[in-house]
Design a protein around this ligand. Structure first.
Ligand code: ADP
Length: 222
């Protein structure tokens, strides 16, 4: 997928300022930046949710994973998954629920689940929904560290099965270092750095102090 000269303004605010970017197929690209850098706007541009200047080529069908699970409260776990699927794909639900560790919870309602379980349903839904590209908007940001680690691991496990193209927005350098093949730094609507990350996800950087890790250092420099 290619973004060519993308500019997005909200009135006086320039959220994206002439951003051009090649997103590699089959890889996880992290878009890293502080709050207000334009990360969510970039995802919305890719998803075609907004008018903008410039062009996006080769997107295909998009699936989304958000910071909050956004489940429908009046539908069961299974109902929430069926809601986004065509009937012929219902058969994939049981296996996916097993993979995300929610076997036996298909008839539970969101309010009967823990926060982590709800986010697992959202992850299941994002991967089940037929797509060519997965957009993730800080899905691990509000989680405590142990839950964050287990859901990062789960996400990588599911990603490995089909190696889909992922664009992953985060303000957390450690998450980018653990999950992504590449980190694109966004600052005030401009791409200020583009750093390849060696090796394959999942990398266990949470267990080491950031100072010891040259990659996290590189990602942190301004
Ligand atoms: P990030 O996701 O990196 O926090 P956003 O893409 O949400 O950044 O926002 C980028 C800039 O655009 C910010 O200055 C923000 O205030 C502004 N912005 C985002 N959405 C809107 C909107 N709907 N209306 C006006 N300004 C917006």
């Amino acid at each position: 997928m290619t973004l060519n000269h993308i500019t997005k303004k909200y009135g006086e605010t320039t959220a994206l300022d002439d951003v051009s970017l090649d997103i590699e197929e089959g890889k996880i690209t992290a878009v890293l930046g502080e709050s207000g850098a334009g990360k969510t706007t970039l995802l919305n541009v890719i998803a075609g949710n907004l008018p903008f200047e410039g062009t996006v080529e080769g997107v295909g069908k998009v699936s989304y994973l958000f910071q909050s699970p956004k489940l429908l409260p009046n539908l069961t776990v299974e109902g929430n998954l069926k809601f986004v699927l065509e009937k012929e794909n219902y058969k994939n639900i049981a296996l996916m629920l097993r993979k995300v560790g929610l076997e036996g919870k298909e008839n539970s309602y969101p309010k009967q689940l823990s926060g982590g379980e709800r986010q697992r349903v959202a992850i299941a839904r994002a991967f089940l929904f037929p797509h060519e590209i997965l957009l993730m908007d800080e899905p691990f940001s509000s989680l405590d560290l142990s839950l964050k680690k287990s859901l990062l691991a789960l996400t990588v496990e599911l990603w490995r099965e089909r190696k889909e193209t992922v664009v992953f927005v985060t303000h957390d350098v450690h998450e980018a270092a653990v999950l992504a093949h590449r980190a694109v730094l966004l600052h005030r609507g401009k791409v200020t750095d583009d750093i390849p990350i060696a090796g394959e996800p999942l990398r266990d950087f949470f267990s080491r102090p950031a100072e010891e890790n040259t990659l996290v250092h590189a990602l942190m420099r301004e």
